[in-house]
Design a binder for this molecule. Structure first.
Ligand code: ATP
Length: 225
């Protein structure tokens, strides 16, 4: 994200890509303005939160008019750096890693997995959806001069910390960690942890123990602050 956004609270910043996706769709369908109520229903964030979030973006909705879609779109584009390509490296070409290589984010935004790393000799040297798979031994050498600052980690938990240390030494600034391991990193490195098994368990727990009213509007990670 660019520097103008350093004042935006983290919880708001996390919702930015969600807003961006919806506003982009509105723009494509030719809509010029949108009310906070419409936004709220579409993205499932309550309208008070939306109004507060949008005030940080300098977007002041007018009563009876709503928000200007053009303004929002250009703000989100700029803030999320959508004009620049974000290059990503993926480590661990197992089931999950392979799925990410096939998906490769390019339809949604300007994010692209440039290269992948593996230790399994059967996978090393192959290409999956045009992404080359290299041996982990060559990580530092291959990353050199590639301007890649983001890594996706889909290796077994037991290798996660060791690989993380190597990524940090190779100038990686952000890690999307899909392993169950809790990673230790220096302060300037950002780790987002997505443990799919835990998320699923927590969903099932909520279904069992909380009534419908309690769970209304609770898109976890998006609503909670
Ligand atoms: P997934 O959990 O992604 O569905 P999986 O069940 O197929 O994958 P895992 O054992 O979790 O397999 O390993 C994921 C991938 O990471 C495998 O392809 C494995 O060869 C690879 N891998 C294991 N150790 C390392 C390592 N140190 N560096 C890079 N890749 C590794």
């Amino acid at each position: 994200m660019n520097q103008d956004t350093t004042k935006i609270p983290q919880a708001t910043a996390k919702r930015l890509p969600l807003y961006y996706r919806f506003i982009k769709n509105l723009y494509s369908s030719g809509k010029q303005r949108v009310s906070s109520k419409e936004l709220s229903e579409a993205v499932k964030v309550d309208s008070a939160t939306i109004r507060r979030d949008f005030s940080y973006f300098g977007a002041l909705g007018k009563k009876g008019y709503g928000y200007n879609v053009n303004y929002l779109l250009s703000f989100f584009r700029k803030t999320l750096d959508q004009d620049a390509l974000t290059k990503v490296v993926l480590i661990g070409v197992g089931n999950l890693g392979t799925a990410f290589l096939h998906y490769n984010f390019i339809k949604n935004n300007n994010t692209k997995i440039e290269m992948a790393f593996e230790v399994d000799e059967k996978k090393v040297g192959t290409q999956i959806s045009d992404v080359p798979v290299f041996h982990l031994d060559d990580l530092e050498e291959k990353l050199l001069g590639h301007d890649i600052e983001v890594a996706i980690l889909t290796v077994p938990a037991s290798s996660a910390q060791n690989i993380t240390d190597r990524l940090v030494s190779s100038n990686i600034k952000g890690i999307l960690n899909f392993t169950p391991a809790r990673l230790t990193v220096p302060d300037h490195i950002r780790v987002h942890h997505i443990d799919l098994a835990v998320e699923l368990q927590s969903l099932v727990y909520f279904l069992k123990h909380y009534s419908e009213d309690d769970t209304e509007m609770s898109q976890d990670g998006i609503i909670t602050e």
